[in-house]
Design a protein around this ligand. Structure first.
Ligand SMILES: *[C@@H]1O[C@H](CO)[C@@H](O)[C@H](O)[C@H]1NC(C)=O
Ligand SMILES: *[C@@H]1O[C@H](CO)[C@@H](O)[C@H](O)[C@H]1NC(C)=O
Length: 368
């Protein structure tokens, strides 16, 4: 059996017990072209170098040429695309050395310059990712829409939103550096790990939205804004979310609004349950742990917040404005020890019945 770098990558990036074995098996099957029983699974080798002015067509053609069992190499420092491109792949390996730069027309909200779609994929960017030029960009730089896949090292450089992770399962996204209006939005996703991301910008660093289950966010640095569990709309279900090893830092001296924020819109209903926040470090966050849901019927319940350290910009450390219509039940705080700049720290918990606060010298009381 041949050894290709993918195999090392796929096994080393298994931070969670995700089915990389499936990826490996698929690739091994694809690469084992000596096997006479599998004549139709020969891998396609596609190496595309940039023509220096417009690579849209060449990249779009990859799905046709190497969409199945493809080993795709993009060795150039930069590729220019003038239209959004979707790579639809299965059982594929893609290695991008540098940047894919979108220089086309205004990207409308909800679209993405590059979409990586498919299953059983190992997609790696070495020193780049996706860049979108221009101001007031509304579309995402990158949309990941994959199952049983590992997406590693894809950075973003854009004035618009960063990465949309939507319609995804059993996938690990790791190690990208994102400079954008927002970091990673996760929706309609299950069995996902986001690990080792560095975000710089003033929008949400990681936003966990409707239709997510079994999502872990770890080892992530957020410079400028924190992580949010964000419920908007009807019948929103979010469950089993673990956020751990996250540092939230100021950007150019401007404090992040929060470390972790829970929020629901007025029209939202549904629930976010089984959320655990652990090892969160904040620097100067205005309200390190915040919940904004007083006017909504959305319920945040079974939430553990453990090991929170650092400094708050003002007096407030915890401020939970839960809804009387959907109280926050089964909340626990343990080892939440954040220094405040004000003379007296402030912990507010509205509509949080049965709250447990462990190993802390404070109580969380309803607003006066
Ligand atoms: C909450 O998490 C526990 C353990 O991880 C799991 O057994 C339980 O089913 C989860 N509850 C929900 C509502 O997902
Ligand atoms: C929260 O902590 C309690 C007590 O340690 C534990 O039983 C429960 O499973 C935890 N829940 C989550 C969502 O981590």
């Amino acid at each position: 059996m041949r050894t290709i770098p993918l195999l090392a990558l796929a096994s080393s990036s298994a931070a969670l017990a995700l089915p990389y074995a499936a990826v490996q098996d698929a690739l091994l099957a694809a690469l084992d072209w000596a096997a006479p029983t599998a004549p139709n699974t020969l891998p396609g080798f596609c190496t595309v170098t940039s023509n220096g002015h417009d690579d849209t067509q060449a990249l779009a053609d990859i799905s046709k040429r190497c969409g199945k069992n493809g080993v795709i190499t993009l060795p150039s420092k930069e590729y220019i695309i003038t239209k959004p491109v979707t790579l639809s792949l299965s059982n594929g390996y893609l290695s991008l050395k540098g940047w894919i730069t979108y220089t086309g027309d205004h990207l409308p909200s909800g679209t993405a310059a590059l979409t990586l779609a498919g299953s059983n994929l190992a997609l790696t960017s070495k020193d780049g990712g996706v860049r979108v030029t221009g101001d007031a960009v509304e579309g995402y730089a990158l949309h990941v829409k994959a199952t049983n896949s590992a997406v590693t090292g894809f950075g973003v450089d854009s004035s618009g939103p960063g990465i949309l992770v939507a319609d995804v399962s059993n996938t690990d996204i790791s190690g990208g550096t994102i400079t954008a209006a927002s970091g990673v939005v996760v929706t309609r996703a299950s069995n996902m790990a986001i690990n080792g991301i560095t975000y710089t910008g003033v929008g949400d660093c990681v936003s966990v939205q409707a239709g997510t289950a079994n999502v872990a966010v770890s080892d992530t640095e957020c410079r400028g804004a924190g992580v949010v569990i964000d419920a908007a709309g009807e019948d929103v279900q979010i469950r089993n979310v673990a956020i751990g090893g996250v540092r939230v830092l100021p950007l150019d001296g401007a404090p992040p609004a929060s470390g972790v924020r829970f929020q629901s819109t007025e029209d939202a209903w549904g629930q976010a349950a089984n959320i655990s926040i652990g090892v969160l470090e904040v620097e100067g966050a205005t309200i390190p742990i915040a919940l904004d849901g007083a006017n909504s019927a959305f319920s945040f319940h079974h939430v553990n917040v453990t090991d929170v350290s650092g400094t708050a910009g003002g007096a407030k450390v915890v401020q939970l404005h839960c809804s009387p219509a959907a109280p926050c039940h089964h909340w626990r705080f343990k080892h939440v020890d954040v220094k405040v700049e004000a003379a007296r720290e402030n912990y507010v918990c509205d509509n949080v019945p049965g709250l447990h606060v462990h190993h802390a010298a404070w109580e969380c009381l309803p607003s006066q």
